[in-house]
Design a protein around this ligand. Structure first.
Ligand code: ATP
Ligand code: HSE
Length: 370
């Protein structure tokens, strides 16, 4: 159930660079990217899970200038420092294209600074949009997905159903399935600074990402069918940069060994290839989500979050800090356990029972000159 490159050895998939060729004015693309929860406890800077909560960005190439029209709760600068714009510009630079004018429309649904991968979603949206605006053919994953007529995908969310999503949306092109050497992952990982969220946002499902000397890589794992992630989002924010500042420079060997074993167990326990039933799965996940690398240093700064993680775990529900926090992620093994988790939260958290996004970033509308 794991997939790196389709078959055989890893193949370097670089971008098709067409130096100096201007992108046509009026070209437009719409991209949809999932929220992600990183780390999942012991998989610090490596594990990521894609969640069915999405940001959407529509990008139109114009003659000059920049306009950003954003809806959503969180305010961001609407100039060239906007993360989606930066990622589009970085993609054009990489592909050797002159910088055009851009008009963006953004529907921001992923809360910012809460540990749900909003920055990764913005970066992936920009890289995918930039790639789509410059190519009619994004490579093997794109070709096969785009040949399927819109709306013909499996709208279910069962294991292996990667052609559609829970909303029954017409997916024109899923961007995942592109292999562990994908240049989009490398570029997005470089902009974000760590590859865990961007890997899951691109590929969907559960991803194990790592850093090679030439950039980020990942392996996608199909999560077990009954997985019901629940996220608990507090009103307080915490920037990833600040939260990383709380971490020690060195970790002792016993803590490293403890976390290593839990991370390996977690990858197996989350996989659809592991046949365990729900109660055994919950037991394994509870042990597997223990970590000694980052949570012990981060949780004291967010006491409400620490209390909720402890309360959920005392109920036998595998709960962790989501990414760098301050949100909490519960990996419920069934709808029933998800309902128990929802009932455990106090008024300080907004609670979202979600499903896994098994598709990853996708192009939902792709038009040539309008
Ligand atoms: N849709 C977006 N458009 C533009 N900028 C964004 C968008 N989403 C996030 N950002 C930028 O990213 C910042 C949040 O990044 P940060 O890494 O601190 O949190 P996060 O990505 O939500 O959480 P985590 O990385 O822990 O999962 C925002 O303050 C904003 O500057
Ligand atoms: N792995 C990163 C995730 C940030 O979302 C961290 O824990 O800082």
């Amino acid at each position: 159930m794991t997939r790196a490159v389709e078959a055989g050895p890893a193949v370097e998939m670089g971008p098709a660079v067409e130096m100096g060729l201007a992108v046509e004015m009026g070209r437009r693309v719409r991209v949809r990217v999932p929220a992600t929860s990183a780390n999942l406890g012991p998989g610090f800077d490596s594990f990521g899970l894609a969640l069915a909560l999405h940001d959407e960005v529509e990008v139109t190439v114009t003659a000059s200038g920049l306009s950003v029209d954003a809806t959503g709760a969180d305010e961001v600068a609407q100039d060239e420092t906007h993360l989606v714009v930066r990622a589009i510009r970085a993609t054009f630079d990489l592909l050797g294209r002159p910088q055009p004018g851009l008009a963006l429309r953004c529907a921001n649904r992923i809360p910012h600074g809460r540990g749900l991968g909003s920055s990764a979603a913005a970066i992936v949206a920009g890289v995918v949009a930039g790639a789509a605006l410059t190519h009619d053919d994004l490579g093997p994953g794109f070709e096969s997905a785009s040949r399927a007529a819109p709306g013909t995908g499996d709208a279910g969310t069962g294991a292996g159903g990667r052609d559609g999503d829970a909303a029954g949306e017409a997916v024109e092109a899923a961007v995942g399935s592109r292999g562990e050497s994908d240049w989009m992952l490398r570029l997005a990982g470089e902009i974000e600074g760590h590859p865990d969220n961007v890997a899951a946002a691109l590929e969907g499902g559960f991803t194990v990402a790592w850093q090679d000397p030439d950039g980020a890589r990942c392996l996608r794992v199909e999560p077990f069918d009954g997985l019901r992630p629940v996220v608990f989002v507090p009103t307080v924010r915490q920037s990833t940069r600040e939260s990383r500042g709380a971490l020690p420079e060195r970790i002792g060997l016993p803590d490293a060994a403890h976390t290593l074993g839990r991370a390996a167990l977690l990858a197996l326990a989350l996989s659809a290839a592991e046949p365990a039933g729900a109660s055994r799965r919950a037991e394994l996940l509870l042990r597997a989500t223990e970590d000694r690398l980052h949570q012990p240093y981060r949780l004291p700064a967010v006491p409400g979050t620490a209390e909720l993680v402890a309360g959920l775990r005392a109920l036998g529900i595998p709960a962790t800090l989501s990414g760098s926090g301050p949100s909490v992620l519960a990996l419920a093994v069934s709808g029933q356990q998800a309902a128990t988790a929802v009932g455990a939260a106090g008024a300080d958290f907004s609670v979202a029972p979600l499903t896994v996004d098994r598709v990853g970033a996708r192009i939902t509308r792709f038009a040539a000159v309008m």
